[in-house]
Design a protein around this ligand. Structure first.
Ligand code: 0WK
Ligand code: BGC
Ligand code: BGC
Length: 924
C-alpha cells in the first residue's frame, strides 16, 4: 500500500472536489447512509452459512480432496505438540510479514522453567517499499542485514546461533525447516520466491552476508508462533489466531485426519490459511461493492478475498472507500473529496482504531481527516465513526464465523459435544482495535454456545512461540545429526564395495590354492548340475535353516513332486549333545516315514546340512564348525554322515541309505539348475548366509583333475574372520559378535544374515536411546532383551505398504514408548542395516560371477544364481539392492537370480539322484 495523504496539503487546506449542484436532503441523507452501511450488516444466518462452508472446506482439504469448494489450504506445520515448557536455550527469531512491511528480530531465552520468563530483546525494521515489491534476493538480503545489525547491537555470547524463522505467508512445509512459498499475500510481491524454499533463501542470504554463522533450524507461520507462545498454566492453547495486516488461524488437529501426513497417532498443528477462503454462495451476499473495489485495486485481485474483509491491511482501505463514496454522494464533508481521500491506503488501520475509540474517537476523526485535506460538517465525525464501526464489526463477526468453524472442527475431530479450549490471539487489530475482541467473543458464543473458549492475548507477538518451535526443531535437528553420525558407517560407497569384492577374490584364490584364507572354498564333489534325466523317489533332510524339514522327492518324466514335513529343532537340542541332535533327526525321519507310509523302505537319502563341512566325498562331510546358533557337542571335526548313520543304527528297524550330504547353497543351486541349466551359483541369505558356484577343477588344488568343474562351497559367512573386514565393522557389529556363541567367527555372516540384523538394529536403538535421540532417552527393559528385535521386523517395517503408523504398532507391541519422529528414525536404522547387508552380499556375488567369467575368459557372461533364504525372499528391498550392487560391480555379467521354490531339499534329492545315476552307470 502506497504511503498515505497527498503530498503538500496542509491540514484543513480545501481542495476543489466539491459538488456544484444541491446536496441531498437530510431525509434522503439518512436513507443513503442506511443503504450504504446496511451492506456491512451480516446476519446470524449468513455467519452460520460461512461457518458451515468454511468447516466443509477445511474437512475437504484435510482429506486432501482438492475441490473448488476447498479454498482453505490446511497446511501441515510439522509442529506435533504444544509446548512442554521444558524447552530451553537462547534463540534468534526473525519475524517477516506478520505486521506488514516490517520485520522484527528477537533474542529469546527459554529457561525451561514453567512460568519463568526472560523478556526477549527485539528490534523492528521497516522494509522499504522497493524491497517489498522487489526481488526475493533483495528481501532476504535485507533480512540478513537486519539480523547482523541486531547482533551488532545486541552482542550475544552464543557460538552456534540457532534461528527460528516466522514467515507469515501460505507455505507448503515438508519439515520443520523446509517450506515452500505458495503465494504472497498482504502487499508483498517479491519476485523469484513463490515455489521456492524460503528457509534456503534465508540461509543463502545469511551466507552471502557472511557476518554471522546462523543456523536456520525452523520456519513457522505466525499463527503457530502465537499458539506456541501462549503461557503454559493457562492450559495449552490449541488454536493460534492472528488478525494483523492479514488474518489466519492454526489449530491442533488429530494427526490421523491429515491425509497429507502418514500419521495415525497424536496431534499436529495445521495452518488453515482461511484468508483464501472463498465461496460465492456464502461470501457473495456479504461482499459489498467496496469489497469488490478494494479487491480490484489490490496487488492480488480475486485472491485472499476473505482476508480482505478482516485483515488490518484492508480495514482502513474499506473505510476510505466508503468515506469517498459518501463524500461523492454529498453525504460527507459537504460532498467534497481530497486527493488524499482518493489515494489508496491513506487511511491506515491505526487511524480506524483511533477514530472508533468511544472516548477520543471524534477528536481523532477531525485530526486525521483534516490531515487528509477534508473539512468536516458537524455530523460528519459521528457518521465516520459509524462507518469505522460497521467495517470493523463485520470483520470481527466474519473472523468469529471462521473461528466457530475451527471450534466445530475440533469438536468433530475429538468427537466431543462440548469443548473447552484456549485460543492464543495476536496482531495489531486485536491489540489496537477497541471493540474487535469483544465483538469476536460475543459472536463466537452466539455461533458455538457449547464451546467454552478463553482468549489468551500473546505477550510478545509469538516470538517466544517461534523460539519454542525452534527449540524443538533444534532438538530434532541435533537428534538427526546424531542419527546420521551413527548410521554413516553403514552407508557403503562403491569404492568400499569394490574393495570388498577384490578382497573376496583374493580370499577365494587363496582358499582354492589351499592357503590360509577366511574363505574355506570347500569342494563339494558335485561335478555337474542335473541334466533332467534323473528319476525315482528320494528322501531328503534339510537342516540348518529356520526349519528342519524331511522331504520325499519324486522325480518323474512329468517333473518333481515333493512332500515335506517341517519339524522344529529346540535350542536345547541344537546346543545339546551331537547324539541328542542326530537322534532327534532320526525321530523326525521315522515320524515322516510313518506319516507317508514309507516305513521300512530304504530310499536313497540326500542330507542338506547347512554348516561348513570339509567333504572328502559326496557322502562324507567333516563338520568344521557350527554356525547360526547351533553348538551341539561332539560334532565338530566329525563326519556328520557317520553321526547320522550311527543314530539310524541306534534306532533299530530303520533302514536309510544316506547317499549324499550337500550344503544348502549346493542344494539350492541344483534345485534351480534343474529348471535352468545356466544356474551355476547357489546363494543363501537366511538365518545364515553362504554361496557356492561351479569352479574349474584345475583351480581346485585339493581335488585331483584338470578338466571339468566342481561345485565349491565358499562358506563366505566366515569372510573377514581374518580381520579383513575390520574397516567396515562398526561398534554395533562388535557388540553383536561379542554376544554371539561364536565371537570372532562368521563376521561377514554377522553383517548380512537374518540371525543378526535384528540384533544390530537393537544395539543401534540402544545407543540412540542412551544419547537421548530415541524414546526420549528412556531405556526400556524390552530393548535390553537379546533377540527381541526380530529381523522379520526389518522386513515388516521397511515394507512400502506399511505406513509409519504400522511401524509404530510393531514397536509399541515391543513396549517401546515412541513418538512419530522415533518411528521414522527406527525405520531409517532398519534401512541402513539391511541396505549394508544387501550391498555386502551383492559385492560377494559380483566377486563370484566375475571369477566364473574370468575362468572362462569371456568378455560377457550370462549366469543364473539359485537363491533361497527368508531374508532374501521376504525383505521388501533386499533382492533389488543385491541385483543393483552386482550390476554396478560386475557390469560384464548378466546375472539372473532364481528364487528357489522348493528349497534345497529338492537339490539334495537331485544330487542323490545324480550320484545314484552315476553309481548305476559304473555298476553296469
Ligand atoms: C530354505 C532351504 C534351506 C536353507 C534355508 C535358508 O531349503 O536349505 O537352509 O532356506 O533360509 P532360512 O530358513 O535360514 O531363512
Ligand atoms: C498469510 C498467513 C498469515 C496471516 C497472518 C496471511 O496473509 O497467508 O500465512 O498467517 O496473513 O499474518
Ligand atoms: C553356514 C553355511 C550355510 C549358510 C546358510 C552358514 O552359517 O556356515 O554352511 O550355507 O549358513 O544357511
Amino acid at each position: 500500500m502506497e504511503s498515505i495523504g497527498p503530498a503538500g496539503l496542509q491540514p484543513g487546506e480545501r481542495v476543489l472536489g466539491c459538488p456544484q449542484e444541491g446536496l441531498p436532503l437530510p431525509s434522503d441523507r439518512s436513507e443513503l447512509v442506511q443503504e450504504c452501511l446496511q451492506q456491512f450488516k451480516v446476519t446470524r444466518t449468513q455467519l452460520q452459512q460461512i461457518q458451515a462452508s468454511l468447516l466443509d472446506s477445511m474437512e475437504q482439504a484435510l482429506k486432501g480432496q482438492a475441490s473448488p469448494a476447498s479454498t482453505v489450504r490446511m497446511l501441515p506445520t510439522y509442529v506435533g505438540s504444544t509446548p512442554h515448557g521444558t524447552e530451553q536455550g537462547n534463540f534468534l527469531v526473525l519475524e517477516l510479514g506478520a505486521t506488514g512491511a516490517s520485520l522484527r528480530v528477537l533474542w529469546v531465552t527459554l529457561t525451561g522453567i514453567k512460568g519463568h520468563r526472560v523478556e526477549p530483546r527485539s528490534q523492528e525494521f521497516v522494509i522499504p517499499e522497493e524491497v517489498v515489491l522487489g526481488t526475493g534476493q533483495q528481501l532476504f538480503d535485507f533480512a540478513a542485514c537486519c539480523l547482523s545489525e541486531f547482533l551488532d547491537a545486541h552482542p550475544v555470547e552464543n557460538q552456534g546461533l540457532q534461528l527460528g524463522f516466522s514467515f507469515s505467508f501460505p507455505c507448503h512445509q515438508t519439515g520443520l525447516d523446509r517450506s515452500t512459498l505458495i503465494s504472497w499475500t498482504k502487499g508483498f510481491r517479491c519476485s523469484g520466491v513463490e515455489g521456492q524454499d524460503v528457509v534456503q533463501l534465508l540461509r543463502d542470504a545469511i551466507q552471502r552476508q557472511g557476518a554471522y554463522s546462523i543456523d536456520v533450524v525452523a520456519v513457522v507461520n505466525d499463527t503457530v508462533g502465537t499458539m506456541m507462545g501462549c503461557e503454559p498454566g493457562t492450559g495449552p492453547c490449541e488454536i493460534g489466531l492472528i488478525v494483523d495486516t492479514g488474518t489466519n488461524a492454526c489449530y491442533m488437529e488429530e494427526a490421523r485426519h491429515v491425509a497429507a501426513l502418514d500419521e495415525d497417532r497424536g496431534r499436529t498443528c495445521v495452518s488453515i490459511e482461511w484468508g483464501s477462503f472463498d465461496n460465492d454462495r456464502v461470501l457473495g451476499p456479504v461482499m459489498t461493492t467496496f469489497d469488490h473495489a478494494l479487491d480490484q485495486e489490490s496487488l492480488n485481485p480475486g485472491a485472499q478475498r476473505f482476508e480482505k474483509m478482516i485483515g488490518g491491511l484492508y480495514l482502513g482501505e474499506l473505510v476510505r472507500l466508503v468515506l469517498a463514496h459518501l463524500a461523492r454522494r454529498g453525504i460527507l464533508f459537504g460532498g467534497c473529496t481530497s486527493p488524499a481521500l482518493l489515494s489508496q491506503g491513506s487511511i491506515r488501520l491505526e487511524y480506524v482504531a483511533m477514530m472508533e475509540s468511544p472516548s477520543t474517537g471524534a477528536a481523532h476523526v477531525h485530526t486525521i481527516l483534516q490531515d487528509l485535506g477534508l473539512s468536516l460538517e458537524a455530523s460528519d465525525a459521528e457518521l465516520v465513526q459509524r462507518v469505522c464501526a460497521v467495517v470493523c464489526t463485520r470483520a470481527a463477526q466474519l473472523c468469529a464465523a471462521a473461528l466457530a468453524a475451527v471450534l466445530t472442527r475440533l469438536q468433530h475431530s475429538r468427537e466431543q459435544q462440548t469443548l473447552q479450549v484456549a485460543v492464543a490471539t495476536g496482531g495489531q487489530v486485536f491489540e489496537r482495535h477497541p471493540r474487535f475482541h469483544s465483538v469476536l467473543q460475543e459472536t463466537v458464543m452466539l455461533l458455538v454456545p457449547e464451546c467454552d473458549v478463553s482468549f489468551i492475548p500473546s505477550v510478545d507477538g509469538g516470538g517466544r512461540g517461534v523460539a519454542m518451535v525452534t527449540a524443538v526443531a533444534a532438538r530434532l535437528a541435533a537428534h538427526r545429526r546424531l542419527l546420521e553420525e551413527t548410521l554413516a558407517p553403514f552407508q557403503l560407497n562403491t569404492k568400499q564395495l569394490e574393495a570388498v569384492q577384490v578382497q573376496m577374490r583374493e580370499a577365494m584364490a587363496k582358499g582354492l590354492r589351499g592357503e590360509t584364507s577366511s574363505l574355506r572354498m570347500l569342494p563339494t564333489y558335485v561335478r555337474a548340475t542335473p541334466d533332467g534325466s534323473e528319476r525315482g523317489d528320494f528322501l531328503a533332510l534339510d537342516l540348518g535353516g529356520t526349519n528342519f524339514r524331511v522331504l520325499l522327492v519324486r522325480l518323474t518324466e512329468g517333473g518333481v513332486q515333493i512332500i515335506n514335513q517341517v519339524y522344529s529343532i529346540p535350542e536345547c537340542v541344537a546346543q545339546g549333545s551331537g547324539q541328542q541332535l542326530f537322534d532327534h533327526i532320526v525321530d523326525c525321519i521315522v515320524d515322516f516315514q510313518q506319516r507317508q507310509g514309507l516305513s521300512g523302505q530304504s530310499l536313497p537319502l540326500g542330507f542338506t546340512f547347512s554348516f561348513p563341512c570339509k567333504q572328502v566325498g559326496l557322502d562324507q562331510g567333516i563338520l568344521l564348525s557350527w554356525t547360526k546358533g547351533f553348538n551341539a557337542s561332539d560334532c565338530e571335526g566329525h563326519d556328520v554322515v557317520h553321526l547320522l548313520r550311527e543314530a539310524i543304527k541306534r534306532r533299530q528297524a530303520v533302514e536309510l541309505n544316506v547317499v549324499a550330504i550337500v550344503n544348502d547353497t549346493v542344494g539350492t543351486m541344483m534345485s534351480c539348475g534343474y529348471e535352468d541349466p545356466r544356474c551355476e551359483m547357489g546363494l543363501i541369505v537366511g538365518t545364515g548366509t553362504n554361496a557356492c558356484y561351479m569352479e574349474e577343477l584345475q583351480n581346485v588344488v585339493d581335488v585331483a583333475g584338470e578338466s571339468g568343474q566342481m561345485c565349491i562351497n565358499m562358506e563366505w559367512g566366515a569372510f573377514g574372520d581374518d580381520g579383513s573386514l575390520g574397516m567396515l565393522s562398526t561398534c554395533f557389529d562388535t557388540s553383536v559378535d561379542q554376544a554371539s556363541i561364536n565371537p570372532g567367527k562368521q563376521r561377514f555372516e554377522k553383517m548380512i544374515s537374518g540371525m543378526y540384523l535384528g540384533e544390530i538394529v537393537r544395539h543401534i536403538l540402544l545407543h540412540l536411546t542412551s544419547v537421548g535421540v530415541l524414546f526420549r532417552g528412556q531405556q526400556t527393559q524390552c530393548l535390553q532383551t537379546r533377540d527381541i528385535f526380530k529381523t522379520k521386523f526389518l522386513s515388516e517395517i521397511e515394507s512400502d505398504s506399511l505406513a509409519l503408523r504400522q511401524v509404530r504398532t510393531i514397536l509399541e507391541d515391543l513396549g517401546l514408548p515412541l513418538t512419530s519422529d522415533d518411528a521414522l528414525m527406527v525405520l531409517e536404522v532398519c534401512q541402513a542395516v539391511s541396505r549394508r547387508a544387501a550391498q555386502l552380499c551383492g559385492a560377494g556375488v559380483a566377486a563370484v560371477v566375475e571369477k566364473i567369467r574370468e575362468n572362462r575368459g569371456l568378455e560377457e557372461l550370462t549366469v543364473s544364481v539359485g537363491v533361497d533364504g527368508t531374508l532374501y525372499k521376504l525383505h521388501p528391498h533386499f533382492s533389488s539392492l543385491v541385483t543393483a550392487t552386482v550390476q554396478e560391480l560386475a557390469p560384464r555379467c548378466k546375472v539372473i537370480f532364481l528364487q528357489s521354490e522348493d528349497g534345497s531339499g529338492k537339490g539334495a534329492a537331485l544330487v542323490t539322484a545324480v550320484a545314484c545315476r552315476l553309481a548305476q552307470k559304473t555298476r553296469v
